[in-house]
Design a binder for this molecule. Sequence first.
Ligand SMILES: Cc1cc2nc3c(=O)[nH]c(=O)nc-3n(C[C@H](O)[C@H](O)[C@H](O)COP(=O)(O)O)c2cc1C
Length: 350
Amino acid sequence: MDSIAPIAASIDADGRTRLGHLMARGAAFFGSRYALMGGAMSWVSERNLVAALSNAGAFGVIACGAMEPDRLAQEIAGTQALTKRPFGVNLITMHPRLDQLVDTCLAAQVGHIVFAGGIPPGAAIKKARDGGAKVVCFAPALALAKKLVRSGADALVIEGSEAGGHIGPVSLNVLAQEILPIMADQVPIFVAGGIGRGEAILSYLEMGAAGAQLGTRFVCATESIAHPLFKRAFIRGAARDAVPTLQIDERFPVIPVRALGNAGTKRFMAHQAEVLAKFQSGALTKEAAQLDIEHFWAGALRRAVIDGDVENGSLMAGQSVGMVDREAPAAEIIAELIGQASAALARRPA
Ligand SMILES: Cc1cc2nc3c(=O)[nH]c(=O)nc-3n(C[C@H](O)[C@H](O)[C@H](O)COP(=O)(O)O)c2cc1C
């Protein structure tokens, strides 16, 4: 037994060294130990989780969501009080005060701004870069990836439809094949959506990704302020429970959001049917009917994450939810992911 332990330790060290090489570009981009981003999650990714992830060697990202500039400034300062490591801020491009939010990040010397929820205006990218921040954008297709790099994006996230929250139509498996071979030498590209284990991270690194962004796996971090009932739904949930919202009529588009099904998702179907009937009877205009459908989920994520209303709130979760099996400190989750990736590498011939 005694002779096996040192051999195991040296194999482990070898796997970690090789993983370190594969992660070097992404880690250098963030100034973090590992090329692992904590995907910004509205209401969940606040100072406690973000700082915990950065302190554990990953790169935490604050979800600005609908916060106003003053509120964001407080959240950034609160995070800076909890970690000396770098972290980023995720801004939603359709926020009416996007410009001021960029100013808020720059004034607080946030090093990385992630623009999400649409293609950011060129002026916002330029402002962020001129102010000294690195810009990360979401690329939902190859043509847009090229356009974003031309517009000045320093790095890209490609997020597949396996992800939690608002999703596009294409899986990460396909996006990675379309985008990584063509674009990975131009800017660092981080993969997201449905990633729950280190072996998957490794496979994307080997395809040319600079690193990975995970959301769902971090919801049940001990440091996450998500309500215990929200966490319990994640621990119980299986991959097949995390489904996209459905639209019942193509005249009234619904942006797909991947979430655990609950009473709210069932009521949403009935609500769409009622609104459609009102539109067909002339009681609602098309615009009023569309707004009515869009408003259904207003405030629903907060209700679930903060208030613990897991029946009526939105339980946004990726298909990776099936790999969340317990509450554990962020450092333990990260150590597990890194351990899985490096052990897989160590098992292979050099
Ligand atoms: C509860 C929840 C809230 C989210 N909120 C946001 C958000 O505000 N902005 C954003 O860009 N992405 C958001 N996302 C997506 C994550 O940043 C990340 O890309 C996604 O979780 C990756 O897929 P995974 O959950 O399978 O790891 C959210 C995801 C979840 C699960």
